[in-house]
Design a protein around this ligand. Structure first.
Ligand SMILES: Nc1nc2c(c(=O)[nH]1)N[C@@H](CN(C=O)c1ccc(C(=O)N[C@@H](CCC(=O)O)C(=O)O)cc1)CN2
Length: 289
């Protein structure tokens, strides 16, 4: 069966729209600020998609576009200004950043209470420690957990293999799945006997950025296959990291590209922006008694 990411995203967005309306009834408008550096065509598309969806849902959205040769101090200054801006609930720095910028320092400068991506080390640490309470979580992994739940995929005791260990996808996913009692293995370039491991996966999640990396011979029959890759071929065609034609007939469930995980990333970002707005106001209310 092919997982319909667009349908799940639509359902999430409908709920987010209601949450925004409820906040607006109290004269509160959630706000997101997106910083994008340079002219990477994909980043331009994704940040515009975010801006348009935010507007559609009633979220105030501002996009800050810096030239590719911007210096570190200018970006840091913008982040700090947004930290102090009470109309901004969520701050996101679009990846990738040009090589002259220190992305780690920029993410660390974001107020953890406004961390739209859930990538600040404080929030990532809370996730790894399986802490209770409110904190943001990376949007693509959150989207993947939502679709696994929606399709009733059992996680406790499942063998999960994640191909790729990026901060944006692999690392938060490992914590989320492990917190649900799945047995999680990372597979990367340096892993020996990669196919032996991927063939044991009940759930195979591929986020490597290599078009068609995973083929039918790498997948166990009946597995759930989640393709996080979004690769534009020179022909203009968009493909994932999984050879969809070869793997689809083997898998019990599979995400397509496009229309799988991608739309969930943006839907989750909007939901998280609204949550950040709610949590910040709850904290302020509890402080003023
Ligand atoms: N700060 C961040 N940077 C990046 C993130 C992120 O979560 N935070 N993720 C990706 C890009 N991304 C969002 O930023 C993103 C990627 C893909 C899609 C999407 O909806 N894809 C569609 C196809 C769109 C197309 O035609 O190009 C799909 O898969 O159906 C949304 C968001 C890297 N950077």
């Amino acid at each position: 069966m092919i997982i319909d990411g667009k349908k799940i995203a639509r359902e999430i967005n409908a709920k987010t729209r209601q949450q925004v309306a409820a906040l607006k009834a109290h004269q509160l408008t959630p706000g997101i600020a997106v910083i994008v550096v340079g002219d990477d065509p994909a980043s331009q598309i994704y940040t515009r998609t975010k801006h348009r969806l935010a507007q559609k849902l009633g979220i105030a959205s501002t996009r800050y576009h810096f030239p590719a040769d911007v210096d570190q101090a200018t970006v840091l200054q913008q982040v700090r200004k947004l930290n102090r801006d009470d109309s901004v609930d969520a701050i996101l720095v679009q990846a990738p950043l040009p090589a002259q910028l220190n992305g780690e320092e920029i993410v660390n400068a974001i107020d953890p209470a406004k961390d739209a991506d859930g990538l600040h080390p404080l929030n990532l640490g809370r996730l790894y420690a399986k802490q209770g309470g409110h904190y943001p979580v990376a949007c693509t992994p959150r989207g993947i957990m939502t679709l696994l739940k929606q399709y009733q995929v059992p996680l406790a005791g499942a063998n999960v293999v994640i191909v790729g260990r990026s901060l944006l996808v692999g690392k938060p996913l490992l914590a989320l799945l492990n917190n649900q009692n799945a047995t999680v293995t990372f597979v990367g370039r340096h892993t020996k006997k990669r196919a032996t491991l991927t063939r044991q996966a009940d759930i195979l999640i591929v986020a490597a950025g290599v078009p068609g990396l995973v083929k039918a011979g790498d997948v166990k029959a009946g597995a759930v296959v989640i393709d996080v890759g979004i690769n534009r071929l020179p022909s203009g065609k968009l493909v994932g990291d999984v050879d969809f034609a070869g793997v689809a007939s083997l898998a019990r469930l599979i995400t397509p590209v496009p229309g799988g995980v991608g739309p969930l990333t943006v839907a989750m970002l909007m939901r998280q922006t609204v949550e950040l707005a709610e949590w910040r106001r709850e904290r302020v209310a509890s402080l003023v008694g």
